[in-house]
Ligand binder design. Structure first.
Ligand SMILES: Cc1cc2nc3c(=O)[nH]c(=O)nc-3n(C[C@H](O)[C@H](O)[C@H](O)COP(=O)(O)OP(=O)(O)OC[C@H]3O[C@@H](n4cnc5c(N)ncnc54)[C@H](O)[C@@H]3O)c2cc1C
Length: 476
């Protein structure tokens, strides 16, 4: 839409799936009201172009009463019910104390306040070290709540484990000021996507058009355009510029075969070294609400959960089979906006990928078992179960990006964003500039993981093309 506004006319969007939106996926499986399988909230307000766009178009939720946040250590309410494996409900202040400590130490990591000694450390390792030095670390219950904190933080970092996320690199992520969980109105995220699509000419977006390969640096003598984009079904587009916005997960699996000539080493190594983790949601719809009116969600605190350091290390060394206990990675079940009888469970990492191979009935049964044994309440069978399966989605292969330990994340995000040919590449120095450009959340060094990050990178790449042509007439 930025290119259209600047007067560009020959624009074609090739989308592999049968719908536009990608990791924004608004559905209506339980009647009229929306369920978001992908992105849910607009994170931050100040300087957030999506927040402003949504507000300008009247797409934000007006009644704050039905706004729902997810239960994270940073967004705890007294109405989140925490249960231990024994069935005991944990006192709010006990949970709050540990979560407050967790918030304090994680915000040090996000606020670039870590000592150089933490530079090679994982976020999990750093958090454990701090917790061990705190009086809270001596309590068994405190340790269990801390494990829940780490497990639920995995949803924010899209990681299998915080032991696989860098502690020091997190400071490059920029959280925008203003409410973190801005909710969209009844049209959900899709309404924002539709707003952008409305500005395109009819026929500009072709769905079910997976791109097979991108041939660039084509010889000027033989080709009118430097780039040829070939679809799997055989259709071919000869173009001046292509903006590649496929997810990092897709690039990890397909980049080697997709580009001819091959991507430069800096880009290939960025694709390999940045992490792309899986976060999935499990929606359970019941005929009748069985949880108390004031309950915002039910959180599960294990005696020894998968983010307990010893459990994690044992499992990494091949001990036990995490597949048998995949459900232990579920953080809890939050209530859902507009759906008074629906709960949403969150799960990450390899366990989420494993779950994607199971059917709805099996997953629903596992969730009901957990809810019954932790709460002791009379939990009926769910009437409907719906899960996202982002890890096995062939054109995504995960949920969002994270920085693994030892990776210079800013350098890698920037390498991923660099257009081809690279200005520094002597072999291509005589060629037309900006043949292949890259956008998408993984190409933003500060707003990776977010929809606004993705949006801003699209504008960034469009602007490169606009700047290239300057005042030249765009009539050809
Ligand atoms: C479960 C979940 C919850 C999330 N929650 C939030 C949230 O609350 N707030 C937030 O800000 N962000 C959230 N995110 C992240 C957010 O959704 C993404 O960062 C953002 O949507 C990414 O946009 P993108 O354009 O980079 O990639 P995508 O939206 O993934 O778009 C890439 C597109 O490329 C297409 N594609 C792939 N391969 C090909 C091919 N070969 N040919 C043609 N097309 C291809 C894909 O089909 C896809 O449509 C969440 C994500 C998930 C999965």
């Amino acid at each position: 839409s930025t290119l259209v506004k600047a007067g560009f006319q020959h624009i074609q969007v090739l989308e592999a799936m049968s719908r536009p939106g990608g990791r924004v996926h608004t559905t209506r499986p339980f009647g009229q009201d929306i369920i978001e399988l992908g992105a849910n909230w607009i994170h931050g307000q100040e300087g957030n172009p999506l927040f402003h766009l949504a507000r300008e178009r009247g797409l934000l939720l007006e009644e704050s009463g039905s706004a729902k946040t997810m239960c994270l250590p940073g967004s705890l309410t007294p109405n989140n019910y925490f249960f231990e494996e024994s069935g005991r409900q944990l006192p709010v202040d006990e949970v709050d104390q540990v979560c407050a400590f967790f918030r304090g130490v994680t915000s040090k990591a996000f606020g670039s306040e870590l000592e150089p000694s933490h530079s090679a450390q994982s976020l999990g390792g750093y958090l454990d070290q701090e917790f061990a030095q705190s009086p809270l670390g001596a309590s068994k219950v405190g340790q269990r709540i801390f494990e829940w904190c780490k497990r639920s933080e995995c949803t924010d970092e899209a990681s299998s484990s915080l032991y696989e996320v860098s502690a020091v690199q997190l400071c490059h992520y920029v959280a925008l000021e203003g409410g973190f969980f801005n909710c969209l109105g009844p049209g959900g995220y899709q309404a924002l996507v539709d707003t952008l699509l409305d500005s395109l000419a009819p026929g500009s977006v072709l769905c079910d058009r997976p791109v097979h390969s991108i041939h660039w640096a084509l010889e000027e003598e033989r080709h009118a355009h430097p780039v040829s984009v070939r679809c799997r079904a055989g259709q071919c587009f000869n173009v001046d510029h292509v903006i590649v916005t496929v997810p990092l997960g897709f690039l990890k699996e397909n980049a080697t075969a997709m580009f001819e000539p091959a991507l430069p080493v800096s880009k290939a190594s960025a694709i390999e070294s940045l992490g792309f983790g899986t976060v999935d949601k499990i929606y359970l719809r019941f005929e009748k609400r069985f949880w108390p009116d004031d309950c915002d969600g039910i959180q599960l605190v294990w005696d020894a959960g998968p983010e307990d350091e010893k459990v994690y290390r044992y499992s990494q060394s091949g001990g036990g089979d995490w597949r048998d206990t995949w459900y232990k990675k579920i953080c809890g079940f939050d209530t859902v906006a507009r759906h008074p009888t629906v709960l949403c469970g969150w799960i990450t990492g390899r366990e989420a990928q494993h779950m994607a191979g199971l059917d709805e009935k099996t997953v629903g049964e596992a969730c009901v078992r957990l809810l019954r044994s932790f709460t002791g309440w009379l939990v009926p069978e769910p009437a409907q179960v719906l899960m996202s399966r982002w890890g096995s989605e062939p054109f995504v292969r995960g949920s969002y990006t994270y920085p693994p330990p030892g990776v210079d994340a800013v350098r890698e995000h920037n390498a991923l964003a660099a257009p081809l040919p690279l200005p520094s590449d002597a072999a291509h120095s005589q060629e037309k500039p900006l043949q292949v450009l890259f956008a998408g959340e993984a190409t933003h060094a500060n707003f990776y993981t977010t929809t606004h990050g993705a949006y801003i990178t699209g504008i960034r790449e469009a602007q490169r093309i606009i700047d290239l042509y300057g005042d030249k007439k765009l009539d050809s």
